[in-house]
Design a protein around this ligand. Structure first.
Ligand code: UDX
Length: 434
């Protein structure tokens, strides 16, 4: 059992807080924002994540998880302190480390008077050099102690996917520990005792880069798949999934994360790739591959518009239904959802747009107020001239032609390649990628 303090009770902090508590550790999750802390302390998650609500209540019942707004006090009592605060994007794509620096200062204050050796681990996604250049000085200034000698300092990136975040935290596919020195790595190890996953110990900068490299590569895979889908459409008569299946049999490639669609969204991929490009630029390196990955991702939602226009002509005055508003199925998150540029492009063309999502309706309304939100699937499709399927909620896979019978038109654009073609008799299906 380790006494753990999590600083920042957002997506990452809460999921790890719950996971660490259920693994038998004593966890205090601290956040300067009193509102979410009060909600969480009552056992209600502040966002949708499958299984989290139950797991949070279970962790609270064990009394091994608690919440506080006192970051200084909580970090002073912990053996391992995880910094899980947000690193928002600036307009130029670079990341703002203001919250991280403030959190590190509070933690430094907290560990000032402690006697034992505690370890501070950065879980926030930060560019190489940030932990040593910003977090360490902040910790040392307020604690009056030296990193490595008096307290441990590590970078311990997270690889949580929304929708399976809890599982990813409990059974990670790898544990990467970037350590300031050997003693820091040793101090963090007990937290992951009992977790059977491959481990890699590196220096701080390498661990910081591993996180970006992972997300940049996965985003590149998605953009590659999307480019392939567009090429399949240009050649005609080729199904991109069959191509990916054939490619994926090459063990050097593997077929995962090559599902074509309308682009990648979410809180990580777009932000992290932009930050890496901006970070390279600031250091005199102009990215080529990653800039192209982002460029294609910006254009990809327009492919659904093109397919719709090809089928029904100009969209002005037409009613277009978008199924799926969150950035991916299984999530209520609309951050960087490709449904946002998709809806805006449709509105710009003079279409009226109605959207429906099993979880993300109100968040999407706030993001694009001009979109009408339907209370259910049937109302979204009623009188629609065209329907565009944007994300991959499992319920779309169950759809049959009869579900679309209330539409005025008969064109359905499958932007996620999720509908079962055999079940769509009588529907004019336009599938991205053949
Ligand atoms: C991602 C990483 O997977 C995770 O390791 C990291 O910690 C945070 O970012 P997440 O944002 O939850 O997780 O979503 P993910 O499932 O990776 O999908 C990202 C985007 O790519 C989504 O918009 C998804 O629809 C899209 N995608 C993914 C595809 O278009 N095709 C694919 O084959 C896979």
């Amino acid at each position: 059992m380790t006494r753990i303090c999590i600083v920042g009770a957002g997506h990452v902090g809460l999921v790890y807080g719950v996971a660490f508590a259920l693994a038998g550790n004593e966890v205090v999750a601290a956040d300067v924002d009193a509102k979410p802390i009060a909600t969480l302390a009552k056992g209600t998650p502040t966002f949708f994540e499958p299984g989290l609500s139950k797991a949070l209540r279970r962790a609270l019942r064990t009394k091994r998880l608690s919440f506080t707004t006192n970051v200084v006090g909580a970090s002073g009592k912990a053996k391992a302190i995880f910094l899980c605060v947000g690193t928002p994007s600036r307009p130029d794509g670079s990341i703002d480390t203001m919250y991280l620096e403030a959190a590190a200062k509070s933690v430094g204050e907290g560990i000032r008077a402690t006697k034992g050796y505690s370890v501070v681990a950065v879980k926030s996604t930060v560019l190489p050099g940030t932990t040593d250049g910003i977090v360490r000085p902040a910790l040392e200034a307020t604690s009056g102690k030296a990193a490595g000698r008096d307290f441990g300092l590590c970078v311990n990136p997270e690889f949580l996917r929304e929708g399976s975040a809890l599982e990813d935290a409990i059974k990670p596919d790898r544990i990467v520990i970037g350590a300031f020195n050997r003693r820091s790595a040793t101090a963090l190890a007990p937290v992951y005792r009992g977790v059977r996953s491959p481990r890699l110990t590196t220096d701080l900068r390498t661990a910081e880069m591993i996180k970006y490299a992972t997300n940049a590569f996965l985003a590149t895979k998605v953009s590659f798949a999307n480019e392939l889908a567009n090429l399949c459409d240009a050649f005609g008569g080729i199904n991109v999934d069959a191509v990916v299946e054939g490619m994926g049999l090459d063990p050097r490639i593997n077929p995962r994360f090559l599902k074509a669609g309308l682009g990648f969204g979410g809180s990580c991929f777009p932000k992290d790739v932009r930050a890496l490009v901006a970070g390279g630029r600031a250091r005199g390196y102009g990215s080529r591959v990653l800039r192209a990955v982002l460029e294609l991702n910006d254009l990809q939602p327009l492919r659904a518009v093109e397919l719709a226009e090809k089928a029904v002509g100009p969209l002005a005055g037409k009613r277009v239904a978008i199924l799926g508003l969150s950035f991916k199925g299984g999530s209520d998150d609309v951050r960087e959802s490709r449904a946002i540029p998709l809806a805006k492009a449709l509105l710009e063309r003079g279409a009226s747009v109605v959207g429906y999502d099993p979880e993300a309706n109100s968040a999407f309304k706030a993001a694009v107020p001009a979109v009408e939100i339907a209370p259910d699937l049937a109302s979204a499709l009623a009188r629609a001239d065209v329907c565009i399927v944007h994300n991959d909620w499992p319920q779309w896979r169950a759809l049959k032609a009869s579900h679309f019978s209330g539409m005025r038109g008969d064109v359905v654009v499958d932007g996620r390649r999720i509908l079962r073609r055999g079940a769509m008799k009588g529907v004019r299906l336009e599938v991205l990628g053949g």
